[in-house]
Design a protein. Structure first.
Lengths: 303, 344, 295
């Protein structure tokens, strides 16, 4: 892993047990992200985008989950090899590799404890289900700030009042109409789009060095969508934060991303710079062309 | 910053007002509902009384009732009036604290002074056993974590407890205790049930061991423990897999607070569903361990066909179920804002 | 049987042949607990049905010279304090709860199902008043109300079983109502309505029979096990259930709990636990299986 990369994923394998047997949903995915870079991930529904990114965070539910590969995460110059110990949790039983999931999760959570929020955090795909229904939105944003501040020395920490104000500020930054009101609202009192923005505020308030944004604009109307995209762009510029950006909207992707990987059936089909995708569309992988075509980025005569 | 500050007085008070109105509406509707349930349930009891075969007064007093005793009883239950007026009279008397007078079981004793203190005993057994059950279920659910194949040896017996009526658990407990430590537990059956004229709290401290065993057998029996355990475990698992807990983890905050808060609501739901069963169980188990609570009182009075006492105790039970449900609803609403928003 | 089903499968599949083949293949996949519990349930059913045809005189059975005998070939569950065979009394004790339980279960499932479906389907004014009445019944503490009934009316096990089934109707109706409300929002039910099917047909066939039968069976079994429980409890208490010398599992436990030996009370207690456990597991298994088939 070179000095420049923040996160480096190699040959990632993710499997799940289903009633029909074990299926491999991510099959040897590799990618890496450098500081300040935006890596876009493109692909159809179910192609394993969410799973590949959540594997970095160690938050995959379901059994057995990550079964192989390497993930290196760089935090303030220190590199953590997140999957180094994985083989010792896997054993052979009845001809099939089984994982001691409970111990693995414990190990993984212990590993990630100091990295979550600060080194990497995520905007989750389903905003309504990603907010605690029993806590006010403001409280949840504030919790991010508290978690962030707890890493600092006692002297440098913000006091309670300042944290509340910062939480309000974040709510205002994500274009909430009435931040003070939203602060005291519970998620069920907000619309889907407001939940989405609250979720973005929660993630951004952590000020991570890598942000995973999993379809942050799905479910928002076009104007808010544009605002959120601009907001994300401004923020990553301001905070020097790298981003893994997942979306189904290719135009959005081309606007934000520096590099794009295209995934299908759990494999990376190709990796291109955003420019190449835009300008040399016809030299791309067949499937990429289909995607571009569907978005109306190539004329029908090109087929 | 100031224009979106929290302490903008006007905004704050407006929000406060709205919340107060919503809350008081909710509380009012709940109270109203409890009251109507109380009326309805007591009416069912009264109607049952009225529909007794033959003349109820003769049935109660038997052969040795004097005419004036009969007239008294008629007046008490409003038997001379039609059913609605009679119910009104009877309910009014009951509300003003006059539940009548014991006839055959403890002649001359007012029912209220028999049933009231006895009910305190019952209530404390019920509450202690519920709390006991939940504590152990919580602990075990957290300890065991998600189901794994090798836990069958432990889970089998727990699921079997689902089928053990509390009185069977009680008998087994009493037997085992009697065998093991030669401890004469009242419920072993060796000591014939004795009845103390007026049950008092003093009696509980005298009979602390039977009290504990009664609570233990209720909390284990009738599937209370199994239900709680299964519900908590399922909830714990689905919470652990839930997106918002992952989100809390991802931002680097502590999950425990969120987990506990989100577990309270399903636990309370099990409580609500189980409350009537627990009260039923208390009746029998009190009898087994000869604890002088209202279950014991009820059964002794029923044996003597002492209708006023039986009715008085039944009213206490109904009242308790309704009040406890109200309290549980209140706690649920305090924890979960969606309850109040749902409204009715 | 297999030959017959393969022979017919090309031409037609009657409801019983599909039923047979699905259940036959499903039996092998069932967990052990379900297999065990269904064996016990079938045993109880058989015993319950042949019970009335076997005569038993509890008074003649008394023989003080053979009291408290340990289990042996002749008395393979031993004898109790009065020298009566525990096995025989255990067998005869099934009668005390079997038919009352069946009646109560069927009654509660039928009435609860219909009321729940009506509440859920029609909603509005009818649904609300019906569910208010049901909620009212639900607040009555079951045991206490049963004791009250037994004080006022001459206690009989039939009365007890009917009352307990009435007390169970609200919970069944609530479960069915929820299910029906959830179904009511489904497109295919709406489509049936749009096609102009008669609401009665939709409720009885499409909703109750096709969607709720596993749920209702499970609840029926639950009520059955509750009647077993309440019968044993009341018999244990003495005055309300089956009276000595006639056997019931509850009064067997009660009678023998002061005896010096374990089997006269422990075996009936065990029988109660195992039977209820088997009934519950069986009901759960059926419901689970139905869910799997749907998926
Ligand atoms: N817990 C699980 N158990 C079994 N299969 C799972 C589980 N979680 C995800 N999968 C499967 O993994 C595959 C990849 O899922 P993933 O969420 O990564 O898709 P995605 O690319 O993010 O799709 P979308 O664009 O819809 O978000 C899917 O086919 C899904 O069915
Ligand atoms: Mg996804």
């Amino acid at each position: 892993m070179s000095e420049q990369t923040l996160v480096d994923v190699q040959d990632l394998v993710i499997e799940f047990d289903t009633p029909k047997g074990r299926v491999r949903v991510v099959d040897g995915v590799s990618f890496s992200v450098s500081p300040g870079e935006v890596l876009g991930i493109l692909g159809e529904s179910g192609s394993g985008k969410t799973m590949s990114t959540q594997a970095i965070l160690g938050l995959i539910g379901g059994y057995p989950g990550v079964m192989g590969g390497q993930i290196n995460l760089n935090d303030q110059g220190v590199t953590y090899e997140l999957l180094k110990d994985l083989p010792s949790f896997i054993s052979e039983r009845r001809g099939q590799p089984e994982k001691n999931e409970r111990a693995w999760r414990k190990h993984r959570y212990a590993q990630m404890k100091k990295l979550w929020g600060r080194a990497i955090t995520s905007i989750f795909q389903n905003p309504r289900r990603s907010l605690d229904p029993l806590m006010t939105v403001g409280q949840q944003v504030k919790e991010s700030i508290q978690a962030r501040e707890s890493h600092k020395d006692a002297l440098e920490r913000l006091n309670d009042q300042a944290q509340t104000e910062e939480a309000l500020e974040w709510l205002a930054k994500v274009q909430m109409v009435d931040p003070a009101r939203v602060y005291h609202s519970y998620p069920h009192e907000l619309s889907g789009g407001m939940c989405q923005r609250a979720m973005i505020a929660v993630a951004l308030a952590c000020k991570p060095s890598i942000l995973v944004a999993d379809e942050p604009t799905t479910g928002l109307d076009a104007t808010v969508r544009a605002q959120i995209v601009h907001l994300l762009q401004d923020l990553i510029k301001a905070e020097q934060c790298a981003m893994l950006y997942i979306t189904h909207d290719i135009r959005e992707m081309l606007y934000l991303a520096d590099r794009v990987i295209v995934m299908r059936h759990g494999k990376v089909l190709e990796q291109v710079s955003a420019n190449d995708l835009k300008e040399h569309a016809l030299e791309r992988h067949e499937y990429t062309q289909v995607l571009l075509d569907a978005a109306g980025m190539i004329g029908a005569h090109d087929e | 910053m100031s224009q979106i500050g929290l302490d903008h007085p006007q905004q704050k008070s407006a929000m406060l007002n709205e919340a107060t109105i919503r809350w008081s509406l909710w509380l009012g509707s709940k109270l109203l509902r409890g009251l109507s349930l109380l009326c309805g349930a007591s009416f069912i009891i009264y109607a049952t009384l009225r529909s007794a075969p033959g003349d109820m007064v003769d049935l109660i007093l038997g052969l040795n009732g004097t005419p004036e005793m009969k007239a008294d009883l008629r007046a008490e239950f409003g038997l001379d009036l039609n059913i609605i007026e009679g119910y009104g009279r009877w309910a009014w008397r009951a509300l003003s604290g006059d539940l009548g007078i014991s006839i055959t079981f403890m002649p001359g004793e007012p029912v209220l002074s028999l049933a009231g203190p006895a009910f305190l005993v019952t209530l404390s057994i019920a509450v202690v056993s519920l709390l006991c059950s939940i504590a152990v279920a919580y602990g075990l659910a957290i300890l065991l974590g998600p189901p794994r194949p090798r836990q069958a040896f432990l889970l089998g017996p727990i699921q079997l407890l689902n089928a053990a009526p509390s009185f069977v658990v009680a008998i087994c407990l009493a037997k085992v205790i009697n065998e093991l430590i030669q401890f004469q537990l009242a419920g072993g059956g060796q000591i014939p049930p004795s009845w103390y004229p007026i049950p008092t709290y003093q009696k509980i401290t005298d009979s602390i061991a039977p009290f504990c065993f009664a609570a233990l057998s209720i909390s284990l029996g009738d599937g209370l423990f199994t239900d709680l355990f299964n519900a908590l475990r399922a909830e714990l698992m689905s919470l652990n897999e839930s997106l918002f807990i992952s989100a809390v983890r991802a931002k680097g905050a502590a999950v425990r607070k969120h987990l506990i808060k989100n577990l309270i609501v399903p636990t309370l739901s099990v409580f609500t569903a189980r409350l009537p069963l627990v009260l039923s169980a208390v009746v029998i188990v009190e009898y087994i361990f000869t604890l002088d609570g209202s279950g014991y009182l009820l059964l002794q009075a029923a044996k003597n066909r002492d209708v006023p006492v039986v009715v008085g105790v039944s009213l206490f039970f109904i009242f308790a179920v309704i009040v406890m449900n109200l309290i549980l609803d209140l706690v649920k609403a305090l924890v979960d804002p969606r309850e109040v928003a749902k409204g009715d | 049987m297999t030959g017959q089903s393969t022979g017919q499968s090309t031409r037609q599949s009657t409801w019983y042949s599909t039923w047979y083949s699905t259940w036959h293949s499903a039996w092998k996949e069932q967990p052990l607990s379900f297999k065990l519990s269904s064996i016990i349930v079938v045993l109880v059913l058989c015993f319950g049905v042949i019970n009335p045809f076997i005569s038993y005189d509890p008074v003649l059975d008394v023989e003080l010279s053979r009291r408290d005998l340990a289990p042996s070939w002749e008395y393979w569950m031993g004898t109790d304090g009065q020298g009566r065979s525990v096995a025989l009394r255990l067998f005869k004790g099934i009668e005390a709860f079997f038919f009352p339980g069946l009646i109560a279960g069927l009654f509660a499932a039928f009435v609860g199902g219909v009321l729940g479906a009506l509440c859920g389907y029609f909603g509005g004014w009818i649904g609300r008043s019906l569910s208010a009445v049901l909620e009212l019944i639900d607040t009555l503490p079951r045991m206490v109300f049963l004791v009250l009934i037994c004080t006022i009316f001459p206690p009989s096990i039939l009365l007890i079983s009917i009352i307990s089934s009435v007390l169970f109707i609200p919970s069944i109706a609530t479960i069915i109502r929820r299910k029906v409300e959830a179904l009511g929002a489904e497109d295919y039910i709406l489509a049936h309505v749009a096609h102009g099917f008669h609401p009665l047909k939709i409720i009885s066939y499409h909703i109750l029979w096709l969607q709720c039968r596993a749920l209702l069976t499970r609840q029926m079994i639950f009520v059955f096990s509750y009647v077993l429980f309440i019968e044993t409890a009341l018999s244990y208490l003495g005055d309300y259930g089956v009276q000595e010398p006639y056997p019931s599992w509850g009064n067997m436990v009660a009678q023998s709990r002061i005896s010096a030996v374990a089997w006269p009370w422990a075996l009936p207690a065990l029988a109660i636990i195992i039977t209820i456990a088997a009934l519950l597991a069986f009901g759960d298994g059926i419901a689970r299986r139905e869910e799997e088939v749907k998926r």
